[in-house]
Structure formats: structure tokens, C-alpha cells
Design a binder for this molecule. Structure first.
Ligand code: ADP
Ligand code: MG
Length: 627
């Protein structure tokens, strides 16, 4: 076993890393072999980064130009070593990279931890824990590393139980990083060359560097060592695509869509890109890492080339390999590079085209994509006018017509005679918004309403205004008039409205009572079952948008609403009858306040004066019960 080197400094892992290590070391996770994929993946990334650095500083690789990864098993010592001659880590990098949570996948893992051992172990497979997965098979891990261009080498060591040490490495360490795993007794299987060969073939065949297996002094290269995207499509198996996707995407699900092709002509490039089958946890994080890597003539340039795809396609992972850019292009120069802009436009069209084919071929399969990424794709409708038409056709919606997703084309085809607008209602969730009273008259006439529950809908809908000359109209706003459309469903027996004059009197009384609490009180054309509802006045901000902006502290003032009364509702009819009766004033005033509060509650808001609400409700109940 290794001993604590003289002069080593001991440090504690970041608290979250400590938790991860505890779970990893005590887990009975059945696919422990993935630790090797993680180590080889890190080694390959380190070589990519060195190759890029050497473009501007060729001296970095001069003494040892053939980048590769070596995997060595030593049966006697029961150690497994993964060594690379890549970029290496200096003292500070060792401390930061192997002592804290560096990668997004790992922080997602920590966020999801539940404390339930079985559930938490399953998460390892979902997110991967990178370097720390070594402790699934090793009870002690040593990392010796020398950074390219630096003289000093460092030795990191840990038993994964809360602390690690870093000390100067003794002797002459080669450039790059050597990770030595002191395997646990129950992990001896990872010393068998056949097993190692199989694991590497499964997970790392796509790696563009040679992976050399060294057992008992015999060396063999066990992978194809050719960048996967340079091989012809028909020679690549689905599993190989999948492993490559895992490598570049830092994810472990199945790709939902794989697009691999070579573009020739004025500009030349190859793309191998994927759309995931699950929604990444950080899709809406402002500081999320892009997952599209840029290569130039097979040389890795950068993992975060901003302009390669528009933001609304940020769920696309993979690589682009350009033939037209200079190898020594700097990350800063990339921002203004015209080739990047052309690739972006080509890739965007290709992704949209592939989505169109998927949507046409299998609606259910497309629905799965839509549930994951629809909210992001919709950003394109207002951000990318050039592709707006095609993106609109790709949009899907929940609607009052049933559980299936509908397209705008479906909607327009089903519009009723006399219907001149595409009706929408916005809210936080389909379940609540679909029960809104404002939908009643639409239901009665069989008029479909789109249920909008993504915050982005508040932006693109007003931006584009309509589809195929049909304007979008919110059912919670302004004067909705459906009188041109025939009713399908007969309302209950009580379909006679209260006399016009009685309703007018009631409305006048409500106005006087409620004063500034409402903008106006009006007779409703959109209610059939409920007594009252709130709507935004024509031209005022939509109620849902207002709530949304307030939640995000983007708005402080409140716009007052219009209270609508349903003249056919028995309660409203009774109240209308009471207006002309003596001594009913107090009851009518209580009713006005209570009905307004009720309408607020249905909107998901709370009555502003809880005490007054409770007092009035108690008074009315008492009367009703004759108490
Ligand atoms: P990820 O690879 O997703 O960033 P890991 O936990 O696998 O997460 O590794 C953490 C970090 O440690 C890497 O980002 C890298 O900076 C550093 N690292 C790990 N292995 C190596 C290596 N072989 N050479 C250089 N740096 C490495
Ligand atoms: Mg890694």
C-alpha cells in the first residue's frame, strides 16, 4: 500500500464530494466498469487539450509527440493504471479538479441525492460521477501528474474517506497524468486483459487516440483509434454512436436523434450531433455548458464555441469538424469567423429538417421530444425570423380538445364556422389552466383553446401575433364575443338570463361597492357554469404574465381587472332580484366582495384581506344555515 509522502499537505474534500465518495465507495452499483470509461475519457480530453495548446506552442509536445492512453494491469500489486501524456495538472489544478465538483454532471448528481441509498446509487448511472467513480473499484487512488511545459510533478492520493494529500512527486515523472487504482479485493476482475479489452471496446472505441493495453509487458492497441465521425456511417453501429454521444454529451441516456453527415462544397465540414432522449437538468441554467465541440481537421479546438448553433438548439450535443478554418484559430477569433456563421446556418437547417421528418413519421415519438425541448425550440420562433415558418410548424400544444398534442395546422383545420381567432389561455400547469372558468363558453361551443404553460409563450405569441392570418387571442382578456358560433351543448334548465335591467342594476351596485378593487364590472359572454370570473381589459397585461413577472421581481404594480358576472347563473339571478329590495344592501355588498375573492382564488391568487374574507364567508354561511 502507499504511504503518506514526507511533506505532503492533507486537505479535506469539498463537502459534496465527500458525500459522493461515500455513496460511490459503499454502493453496490452493478455497472462498476464505467470507472474505466471515465478515466479513459479524461485521458483523451487531456490529450485533446494538449494538442490544442501545442498549436501555438509546439515545444509542449516536442519531446513526446505521439499522444496516447496506456492501460496497465499489475496482478501482483493488484493495481490498474491509466496513464496519458496529455496536458497534465499542476498543484493547484489537482487540488481544484480532484477535490471539488468540477463538472456539471456531478453537481446534478448531488442535487438529486435523496438520502435513500438504493435511489442514490441508481443516479450514478444517470449522471456519472467522473473521476470519483474510481472509488467504486479502488480503496486507494494515486494520481501523479506533470503539466506540459512545467518541471515539477505532483502526487495526489486518497482513500476516498474525506481527505486527500498532495505532495511533490519523487523521481522523474513523464508529462501528463498517471492514475493508479489500488483495486479492492472484490474488483480483481479488472486485472484480466480480456475483460479490460472488452470494456474499452464497448465504451471507448470511438476515442481518436490509441488506447494501449499493457499486460505483463505485452502492448497492444485495443481501439480503432480513428475519430468516429471520419468513418463511413454504415460502418458505425448504434452502440458506437451511443458511446460517442455519452463521451461528448457528458450524459448517459440514449440519443433520441443522431445526425451524422459530411458537407461538401463551398465550405466543408462534418457534423455528428445528437438530440438527447431526456431533458438535461440544466437546460434553463444561465451558466450551462454548451455541449457542441469544434474540431478543425480532426484537432480539438474548443468545447464551447458559442456561435455554432443558435441558443434555441442548445439541447443539441456532439461535434463539428471543419476543413476550412485555420488550425491555430483562437477562441476569440472564432466569434467573428464567417465560416462559423455559415456552419451555424447549415446545421440549424439540418436539425430543423430532421425534426420535421421525425414529426411527420411518428407523432408519439415527436411528442416525447416536444415534452423535453419544446419550450426551448419555441424561443426560435421569435429569435430566428428566417426559420420562423418552419419552427411554427414544429410547435405542438396541449389544448382543450383532448390529451394529444396539436399543431397550429391541426388547430386551424378544426376551427368552427364563424371563428376568426386562435384562442389561447396561459397558466402554470395544464391541469389547473384547463379548469379555468373563462373556458366555459368555448367548451359549450366546442371551440378549441390552446393551453399555454411555458413562460416563453408570453414572448413569442405577442411577437408574431398570429398564424396563417388568424390572430392569437387570449380568452382571459377583453371582450370575447362568441355569438357568431353556434352552441353545441345545451345549458342546464336555468338558461334564461336575468332581466337586462336587473343585471344592469346589480353591475352598478358591484361597481360602487368594489370601487378601485376592480377596473370594471361587466356582463360575461364567456361563462356558462361559473357565477363570476376575472379577465384583463383589452390592451392590459395578461393576468398570467403579470403573475409571472411579479414572481421574478420584474413588476411591482398590479393592474386592476375586470370582474365578469354570468347573467344565467342562479346566484347572480337571485342577487339581481335583491337589488330592488329594501334592506338587502349589506348582503349584496358582502356578496360582491366574496364573489371577487372567489374569482381571485380560482385564478390562483389569494384574497388581499384574509380577515374580511373569512368574516364575510362566516356571515353568509350562518345566514344560509339559519343559525
Ligand atoms: P469532467 O471530466 O467531466 O470534467 P471528471 O470528474 O472526470 O469530470 O474530472 C474532473 C477534472 O479533473 C477534469 O475536468 C480535468 O480538469 C481534471 N482531470 C481529470 N483527469 C485528468 C487527466 N487525466 N489529465 C488532466 N486533467 C484531468
Ligand atoms: Mg471526466
Amino acid at each position: 500500500m502507499t504511504e503518506r509522502a514526507a511533506g505532503a499537505e492533507e486537505r479535506a474534500f469539498e463537502a459534496e464530494v465527500g458525500r459522493i465518495l461515500h455513496i460511490v465507495a459503499n454502493s453496490l452499483y452493478s455497472e462498476r466498469e464505467i470507472f474505466l470509461r471515465e478515466l479513459v475519457s479524461n485521458a483523451s480530453d487531456a490529450c485533446d487539450r494538449l494538442r490544442y495548446a501545442a498549436l501555438t506552442e509546439p515545444g509542449l509536445t516536442a519531446d513526446d509527440p505521439d499522444l496516447k492512453v496506456k492501460v496497465r494491469a499489475d496482478g501482483k500489486a493488484r493495481t490498474l493504471t491509466v496513464a496519458d501524456n496529455g496536458i497534465g495538472m499542476n498543484h493547484d489544478e489537482l487540488v481544484a479538479d480532484l477535490g471539488t465538483i468540477a463538472r456539471s454532471g456531478t453537481s446534478a448528481f448531488v442535487e438529486r441525492l435523496s438520502g435513500d441509498a438504493a435511489k442514490d446509487v441508481a443516479l450514478i448511472g444517470q449522471f456519472g460521477v467522473g473521476f470519483y467513480s474510481s472509488f467504486m473499484v479502488a480503496d486507494n487512488v494515486e494520481v501523479v501528474s506533470r503539466k506540459a511545459g512545467e518541471a515539477e510533478a505532483w502526487r495526489w492520493q486518497s482513500d476516498g474517506k474525506g481527505t486527500f494529500t498532495v505532495a511533490p512527486a519523487e523521481g522523474d515523472a513523464p508529462r501528463g497524468t498517471t492514475v493508479t487504482l489500488h483495486l479492492r479485493k472484490d474488483a480483481k476482475e479488472f486485472l484480466e486483459p480480456a475483460r479490460l479489452r472488452r470494456i474499452i471496446a464497448t465504451y471507448s472505441d470511438h476515442i481518436a487516440l490509441p488506447i494501449v493495453l499493457d499486460s505483463e509487458g505485452k502492448e497492444e492497441t485495443v481501439n480503432a483509434a480513428q475519430a468516429l465521425w471520419t468513418r463511413p456511417r454504415k460502418e458505425i453501429t448504434p452502440d458506437q454512436y451511443k458511446e460517442f454521444y455519452h463521451h461528448v454529451g457528458d450524459v448517459l441516456d440514449e440519443p433520441w436523434l443522431t445526425i451524422h453527415n459530411r458537407v461538401e462544397g463551398k465550405i466543408e465540414y462534418t457534423n455528428l450531433i445528437f438530440v438527447p432522449s431526456t431533458r438535461p437538468f440544466d437546460l434553463f441554467h444561465p451558466d450551462r455548458k454548451p455541449h457542441l465541440r469544434l474540431y478543425v481537421k480532426r484537432v480539438f479546438i474548443t468545447g464551447d464555441c458559442e456561435g455554432l448553433l443558435p441558443g434555441y438548439l442548445r439541447f443539441v450535443y456532439g461535434i463539428v469538424d471543419s476543413e476550412d478554418m485555420p488550425l491555430n484559430i483562437s477562441r476569440e477569433m472564432l466569434q467573428k469567423n464567417p465560416v462559423v456563421a455559415r456552419i451555424r446556418s447549415g446545421l440549424t437547417k439540418r436539425v430543423i429538417g430532421a425534426l420535421e421528418r421525425k414529426a411527420k413519421k411518428d407523432a408519439d415519438d415527436y411528442a416525447a421530444f416536444w415534452d423535453n425541448f419544446g419550450a426551448v425550440l419555441k424561443e426560435g420562433v421569435y429569435e430566428d425570423p428566417g426559420n420562423r415558418e418552419r419552427l411554427l410548424e414544429l410547435c405542438r400544444f396541449r389544448s382543450t380538445a383532448g390529451d394529444r398534442l396539436v399543431s397550429l395546422a391541426d388547430y386551424v383545420e378544426r376551427m368552427k364556422d364563424g371563428q376568426d381567432a386562435i384562442y389561447t389561455i396561459s397558466g402554470d400547469a395544464v391541469e389547473t389552466v384547463s379548469r379555468s372558468p373563462q373556458l366555459e363558453a368555448f367548451r359549450a361551443r366546442g371551440v378549441e383553446v390552446l393551453l399555454l404553460t411555458d413562460p416563453v409563450d408570453e414572448f413569442w405569441i405577442p411577437e408574431i401575433g398570429g398564424y396563417k392570418e388568424k390572430p392569437f387571442r387570449s380568452v382571459t382578456r377583453g371582450g370575447i364575443d362568441l355569438s357568431e358560433i353556434a352552441e353545441e351543448k345545451k345549458q342546464g334548465e336555468d338558461e334564461e338570463p336575468a332581466p337586462e335591467s336587473a343585471i344592469d342594476n346589480l353591475i352598478a351596485l358591484f361597481r360602487l361597492t368594489l370601487k378601485d378593487a376592480v377596473k370594471d364590472v361587466r356582463e360575461s359572454k364567456r361563462l356558462t357554469d361559473s357565477a363570476v370570473c376575472l379577465v384583463a381589459d383589452e390592451g392590459d397585461i395578461d393576468m398570467h404574465l403579470e403573475r409571472l413577472l411579479k414572481q421574478h421581481q420584474r413588476l411591482t404594480q398590479t393592474t386592476s381587472r375586470v370582474l365578469e358576472l354570468n347573467p344565467r347563473h342562479p346566484l347572480i339571478k337571485t342577487l339581481a332580484g335583491l337589488v330592488s329590495e329594501k334592506g338587502a344592501a349589506a348582503d349584496l355588498e358582502d356578496a360582491a366582495h366574496l364573489l371577487l375573492d372567489q374569482a381571485r382564488i380560482v385564478e390562483g391568487e389569494t384574497p388581499p384581506d384574509h380577515t374580511a374574507f373569512a368574516r364575510r364567508l362566516a356571515a353568509v354561511m350562518q345566514k344560509g344555515l339559519g343559525a
